[in-house]
Design a protein around this ligand. Structure first.
Ligand code: MN
Ligand code: MN
Length: 316
């Protein structure tokens, strides 16, 4: 059961209308890492929670999910404020003023500023879409049911959301936009801390957390074979000029397996690629004898005109 209080969670500072700024904020509302996702992700994780012994984690998810409802309200309202009156707004860059009246094409700036849907489909309000108009999608929501995995995703989500809001902040000095974005940046950090703490209380110390799920899967024979080759502790650089420094990170003890050492390698040996057989019943690739003849002629021409292939090899 949810209660509603008729208050905004943070003050929205008044400033001039700014439809381009409103559209940037749409990413923070309906984007892949926006407030609609945090709200739905944490609420679904709490609704679907299993294991009464782990109840404090359920309650943490439920609490943050509930706060996110207010963030959705805050950012949606901010978007509406930034759009409100802007089609007729003729601009006084210094004072806060009433949008100017009229003209024969009062919605003309919908063609050039922000998201035309804010004016064409909606009535200068927020929409459940990202900054380029993609509709918000339930497929963004991550809820595996594995607590550690869900918490890792939540930490990733808060961190990405915070990164994007810092970028949005740098896009506009509009005080309406900045008041809301600044608040959300700080709350994102609070939530980063919450999920990091929750992971720590579950033993991060990564050696206690990884692997996820808590098995090396050696009971699957194919996996066991690869484990015997030490493949879980090898990282490839795919770096033919030997300039990669990734090996400085991927070294020393394994975070997920006591006594194992991480190693860096250039690349796996690989196996030959076989091109799949034609499937005439699928009309695939659909080459009749005439087309085949053209394909063959083209291939021969390209081979004849090709430069010497660049040959990579080990650095000498
Ligand atoms: Mn939020
Ligand atoms: Mn959050």
């Amino acid at each position: 059961m949810f209660f509603h209080v008729q208050k905004m969670i943070n003050e929205i500072v008044p400033d001039e209308p700014d439809p381009a700024a409103a559209n940037a904020l749409q990413e923070g509302l309906g984007g892949q890492f926006g407030e609609m996702r945090t709200m739905m992700q944490y609420l679904f994780q709490s609704f679907n929670f299993r294991g009464a012994q782990a109840r404090p984690f359920r309650d943490l998810l439920h609490g943050i999910g509930t706060e996110e409802i207010s963030h959705v309200e805050l950012i949606a309202t901010t978007i509406a404020r930034l759009n409100d009156g802007s089609p007729r707004y003729s601009g006084n860059p210094t004072d806060l003023d009433e949008p100017a009246a009229g003209g024969a094409t009062p919605l003309s700036n919908a063609l050039s500023d922000g998201n035309i849907h804010h004016f064409l489909v909606g009535a200068q309000g927020a929409m459940p879409v990202d900054a380029v108009g993609n509709p918000w999608s339930g497929s963004y929501v991550y809820n595996s049911g594995n607590l550690v995995l869900d918490l890792l995703y939540n930490l990733m989500l808060e961190s990405t959301g915070r990164l994007q809001k810092c970028r949005i902040y740098e896009m506009s000095s509009n005080r309406t936009l900045r008041s809301t974005v600044a608040y959300l940046i700080v709350r994102d950090q609070a939530h980063e801390n919450a999920y990091a703490k929750a992971l720590e209380s579950l033993g991060v110390n990564w050696s206690k957390t990884l692997p996820i799920p808590k098995t090396s899967a050696e009971k699957y024979p194919e996996v066991a074979t690869l484990l015997e080759q030490g493949l879980e502790n090898k990282q490839y650089t795919f770096d033919l000029d030997h300039l990669s420094e990734a090996g400085k990170i991927f070294r020393s003890t394994s975070p997920s397996e006591a006594g194992q050492t991480l190693r860096t390698a250039q690349a796996p040996e690989g196996v030959p690629i076989e091109i799949a057989d034609p499937r005439p019943e699928e009309f695939s690739p659909g080459l009749d004898p005439e087309l085949l003849e053209l394909v063959q002629a083209t291939a021969e021409l390209e081979l004849a005109e090709a430069d010497e292939p660049i040959r990579y090899g080990p650095a000498s």
